[in-house]
Ligand binder design. Structure first.
Ligand code: B12
Ligand code: SF4
Length: 442
């Protein structure tokens, strides 16, 4: 049987092959879970061209909320041509009935536990409408790297764990992958890296140091391979100096950290791992002085944010000399607690998922207007990524100039493009808000 695996882009008219692009990993896990007798083709829309007339028996599409519209369009085109379409990924898992409207079969949760059985059912003409993969126990199925086209700079994605013990209200990961961290054995991580023939990796784990015992063994094993890598970690990582140094020595060049809040008051109220602003600043300094580049991810629009949050954030970023940052508008993805809350409070402006992209306001903020949130977000991004500011924070530590340049130039470049479509989105949102209020629009 011929199987076509498709990874869609959010918007086909804006597909960009930028400096940091690298393959999505899920199609390669699905390929690995496919019995050998089947023939697999993977099309990543970001880099490849999807041909609706491809000779295949089954089309399988991966889907996040941001890519759901495009995924549904693709599914529709294949169905028009008489193909059987299966969908899976985080969005169909959260909204299986919605996804089912566009395809023949929906897989919720992970593919590996059900994929081979699904294919058998299909061959026997007994494909079910839904399969529930859940959170599988066996993580030792390695992705099919032979089918993967490495990203620019040869960066390949890699996963060592699934699941997250935290339960952030804006995140669906803990509901999707479960709250228990499950690991790929270190032996198989090494095998996976060797299979790739690459020397540059991005670890996709939500928190590469979530289990410090595993992380220590992993970093010791990675050191031998002389690779360079980036990943994501929680800021409390700074408390473990031994692990920090092991990460650096294993080739870690930069880490992406969620910085939940920069305000003293909010940090105290949230009572998370960092107990004060000073503790957060010290943690950031410790991470940066270890030689690992700190990339901060900040989210605007929580109920306790007002219009002062933008300048407060910029001040904090200048003070700490954080080399690069991603700014996001809070996005209430379906399946998260924040979505349920805003829906119950009747504060969602739209449930058109095209707007759920982290740079559009999709709900009524509590202490700001929609425009204040949107403009504040834009202002923070533009100010942080002005040339003067970029030069000002050029790292004194020259261990990471390449990622510094990639992050800063890459994000600055994306800002320009984003500007034009966000204005369009905002105009459309205002129409929706007016319609909600019953104001007639021409
Ligand atoms: C790495 C990552 C990225 C990378 C992706 C780069 C890359 N090339 O891989 C980057 C940084 C680019 C990225 C971007 C975004 N991301 Co992201 N990302 C992740 C992250 C951390 C890991 C994804 C991953 O590879 N997981 C490992 C694989 C194995 O899991 P998987 O993809 O879910 O696949 C399994 C199952 O879902 C299932 N499955 C998946 N597809 C299919 C298809 C079929 C047919 C079947 C049967 C099964 C199946 O089987 C797979 C194997 O078990 C996740 C969090 C997470 N832990 O998953 C967030 C996550 C997926 N991202 C998220 C978001 C919001 C985004 C952005 C919208 C953010 C933004 N600021 O714009 C963009 C959208 C990008 C786009 N495509 O347009 C959200 C999605 C929420 C949602 N409801 O959609 C997540 C869950 C994070 C979160 N905290 O909420 N992301
Ligand atoms: S945001 Fe990060 S820490 Fe919080 S639940 Fe999601 S994956 Fe876990």
């Amino acid at each position: 049987m011929k199987i076509l695996l498709v990874s869609p882009v959010k918007d086909i008219s804006r597909k960009t092959v930028d400096m940091v692009r690298f393959p999505m990993i899920s199609p390669f896990y699905i390929a690995a879970a496919t019995p050998e007798e089947h023939e697999i083709t993977v099309v990543e829309e970001e880099t490849g061209i999807l041909d609706y007339n491809t000779d295949c028996d089954l089309v399988a599409i991966t889907c996040m909320t941001a890519t759901s519209s495009r995924a549904y369009t693709i599914a529709g085109e294949f169905k028009k041509r008489g193909k059987t379409v299966v969908m899976g990924g985080i969005h169909p898992t959260v909204l299986p009935d919605e996804a089912k409207l566009h395809c023949d079969c929906v897989v919720t949760g992970e593919a590996e536990p059900v994929w081979a059985a699904l294919l058998k059912d299909f061959e026997n003409g007994a494909l079910k409408e839904f399969y529930h993969g859940g959170a599988g126990e066996n993580l030792d199925i390695l992705p099919r790297r032979d089918l993967m086209t490495p990203g620019v700079l040869g960066i390949e994605p890699i996963v060592t764990s699934r699941g997250c013990p935290y339960s952030c209200e804006f995140c669906s990961v803990w509901k999707f992958f479960g709250r228990r961290i499950r690991h790929v054995s270190i032996e198989n991580v090494i095998k996976d890296i060797k299979n790739s023939k690459s020397k540059r990796f991005m670890f996709l784990d939500d928190n590469i140091v979530g289990d410090p015992v595993y992380a220590k063994a992993l970093f010791l094993a990675l050191k031998e391979l002389k690779i360079e890598w980036v990943g994501q970690a929680s800021i409390s990582f700074a408390k473990n100096e031994e692990l920090l140094n092991l990460a650096r020595d294993s080739g870690c060049k930069g880490l992406f950290f969620g910085v939940e809040s920069v305000s003293e008051e909010k940090i105290k109220r949230m009572g998370k791992s960092m107990k004060s602003q000073q503790a957060t600043i010290d943690a950031i300094k410790r991470i940066m002085s270890s030689g690992i580049m700190f990339h901060a991810s900040l989210v605007f629009g929580f109920d306790d944010d007002d219009a002062s949050v933008f300048d407060e954030t910029l001040e904090f970023l200048y003070k700490t000399k954080i080399p690069s940052a991603t700014f996001n508008i809070l996005t209430p993805y379906p399946g998260t607690d924040i979505y349920e809350k805003l829906k119950a409070e009747n504060r969602l402006i739209t449930e058109n998922w095209d707007f759920y992209d982290h740079c559009t306001v999709t709900y009524h903020p509590k202490n700001m207007t929609v425009d204040e949130l949107y403009r504040g977000y834009q202002y923070t991004k533009k100010t942080f990524y002005s040339f003067g500011r970029i030069l000002n924070r050029f790292p004194a530590n020259f261990r990471t100039p390449l990622i510094f340049a990639i992050a800063n130039i890459g994000i600055k470049k994306s800002l320009k493009e984003e500007n034009s479509f966000i204005k369009e989105s905002l105009a459309k949102l205002h129409l929706l808000i007016d319609q909600q209020k019953g104001i007639e629009t021409v």
